[in-house]
Ligand binder design. Structure first.
Ligand code: WTA
Length: 571
């Protein structure tokens, strides 16, 4: 164990005392950490990259360690400044303007990060998509956002239905291709020709920067809209929760298609000038441990699903690697089970710190801090500057130990500012001054929050949020399926798996082949993580008289629970 690790474990953390921090902190004080243009404007790309590149002491520091099975590269802050400037020049050449939506549909790679910051530098709004998305998922998001430009690879282009996307004017291709039409822009050719100098577009804190599509229990995925102001929260949570210190090497395992992969895979470390490891490609438990040991990762942010996978690989796999550089581990996305916490103690001699937040909150909300006593199983306490409470359905605060809606007082810096093209949906999140999360929880008498479950039908499978409506809609597109109802079924490894109940159209008979074909249909049409692992055929799907699928009843059947109130059930 090196000196640094020991020092940090003895309590040399950025936050000295939680209570004091909570009482004294206000968000205004964070603003003084940023540089402001002469007009009083900012840009998160300047804060995350250029500010360090312009500092003689920092410009040559490695910002990005990129590690993939076939590619290993290091980029300094200055490298990232120049590559993103080049891409910003390419965007300008093709007339991309402030407020335009530019989407990224490509694997994690140095090109991704140059493009991402290039988009922010021209004041446009970036929309990162999971590379696992199939045609329908890609189309829904590009259609709703009316994106005018897409950056993708020739391989992934096959899943982009260009003819159905009238707003999409241009496609930047990263990689070899034989496209000749004016729609296509060659990434490498343009980058070779572009200048590395660029005058950044200074924007207001309230100007848009990011659209993350996420699922609810009804309707198609919605575009959660974030603004530059979020940087206040990314910056400060990185200090106090991730506890990032100057010579840390940080690794967040999340893909930028997920909010964790942008807020904490990109902004939080770089706003603080920290060396950031990005791992591309699919990987095995051995690869994960190697990434930690080869790059001397000291702070590691991941998810219970990943920890469970490593746990499943056994202690011998862990023992093959020197993991002594790791000094702080954090988790997000799903309940952190006690088995995982004890695995962390065994494999790393560290307690995994849970954090709770959502796409809509843009940054961490309820957390465990190195400076606070933890209660295993609890998500922790609100971040300083955040007011959290348990409220009833009318927005009244509930007393300690009573279960209810986990709610947050609106107005924190990284809060979503809109749901794209859908003001009604945005309004539906709020009860008076409270943002209502959709999670149920309780708070104990000492102020710790304890997660209980989702209150809506949203499914959390391996930490990924899946809306049942999206899966149901895809299922009934299959010629054999008449009706479908989709639920999350508890699963020890994945948290939940997707289970579909369907009825068959006349003329179709149940068979294993048919069920597998239907599964593949969702997998290749929507995405692998949205494909039901189990499909059960029923004679009918329970619906309310107004035609809504009663997923709650399906779930009770599945779990063998009492069915509760079924008075609205259709005959
Ligand atoms: C769940 C973005 C238990 C929760 C980070 C939330 C958690 C949803 C935790 C958000 C946690 C997140 N413990 N559950 N520490 N963190 N969740 O927007 O239900 O993809 O509402 O996550 O994940 O999912 P999202």
């Amino acid at each position: 164990m090196d000196v640094k690790t020991l020092a940090a474990r003895k309590g040399e953390h950025n936050m000295k005392d939680y209570k004091e921090a909570y009482e004294k902190f206000d968000w205004e004080s964070v603003k003084s950490q940023f540089s402001w243009s002469e007009t009083g404007k900012v840009n998160i790309a300047h804060e995350a990259i250029d500010r360090h590149a312009d500092n003689p002491d920092k410009k040559d520091q490695v910002a990005l360690i990129y590690s993939a099975p076939d590619r290993e590269e290091k980029h300094t802050f200055e490298d990232l400044k120049f590559s993103s400037n080049k891409f910003a020049n390419v965007l300008k050449k093709y007339d991309v303007k402030k407020g335009d939506r530019v989407f990224l549909f490509m694997p994690r790679s140095p090109e991704f990060y140059a493009a991402f910051f290039g988009i922010l530098k021209v004041g446009a709004i970036a929309g990162p998509l999971f590379e696992a998305f199939m045609e329908q998922a890609v189309r829904d998001r590009l259609e709703d956002s009316e994106a005018t430009m897409l950056i993708t690879t020739p391989e992934l282009l096959e899943r982009v239905p260009l003819e159905q996307l009238p707003h999409l004017k241009q496609v930047v291709l990263v990689g070899d291709h034989d496209k000749t039409s004016d729609t296509f822009i060659d990434y490498h050719k343009e980058m070779d020709e572009a200048s590395k100098d660029f005058d950044i577009e200074w924007v207001d804190l309230e100007d848009g920067m990011l659209l993350h599509y996420t699922s609810g229990s009804t309707g198609k995925p919605k575009g959660v809209y974030h603004v530059h102001n979020a940087m206040l929260q990314h910056y400060q949570t990185a200090k106090w929760v991730l506890d990032l210190q100057e010579d840390d090497v940080y690794w967040c395992t999340a893909d930028p298609g997920w909010v964790t992969g942008t807020s904490y895979g990109i902004f939080a470390p770089w706003l603080n000038g920290i060396t950031n490891v990005i791992r591309g490609g699919r990987f095995t438990p051995d690869d994960w441990y190697s990434t930690l040991s080869n790059h001397n990762v000291s702070v590691w942010y991941s998810a219970p699903t990943a920890f469970r996978k490593l746990m499943g690989a056994g202690a011998e796999t862990a023992q093959k690697h020197d993991l002594s550089s790791v000094r702080h581990i954090l988790s997000v996305g799903e309940p952190l089970n006690p088995e995982v916490i004890s695995w962390g103690m065994k494999a790393f001699d560290l307690r995994i710190h849970d954090t709770w937040w959502m796409t809509e909150t843009g940054g961490m909300m309820i957390c465990n801090y190195p400076a606070m006593d933890m209660r295993p199983g609890s998500m922790g306490k609100p971040f300083p500057g955040i007011e959290a409470a348990i409220v009833d359905n009318d927005g009244n605060e509930l007393p300690a130990n009573q279960m209810g809606n986990l709610a947050l007082k609106k107005g924190w810096p990284s809060m979503m500012r809109a749901v794209w093209n859908n003001p009604g949906k945005y309004e539906s999140y709020f009860l008076g001054d409270w943002y209502v999360s959709g999670d149920s929880a309780y708070q104990d008498e000492d102020g710790y929050f304890w997660f209980q479950g989702r209150l809506d039908d949203v499914i959390n499978t391996s930490g990924e949020r899946v809306g049942p409506f999206e899966v149901e809609s895809k299922l009934i597109e299959h010629e054999a399926v008449a009706e479908a109802g989709v639920i999350g079924k508890p699963d020890p490894e994945r948290g939940e798996i997707i289970k579909a109940f369907i009825t068959l159209r006349d003329g179709y008979e149940e068979s294993d082949e048919l069920l597998e074909e239907i599964r593949q249909f969702v997998k290749t049409g929507l995405s692998a993580h949205a494909a039901p692992r189990e499909i059960e055929i029923k004679d009918s799907i329970p619906k309310t008289r107004s035609g809504k699928i009663m997923r709650r009843l399906l779930k009770s059947w599945e779990l063998g629970l009492p069915t509760g109130d079924t008075s609205t059930l259709e005959e």
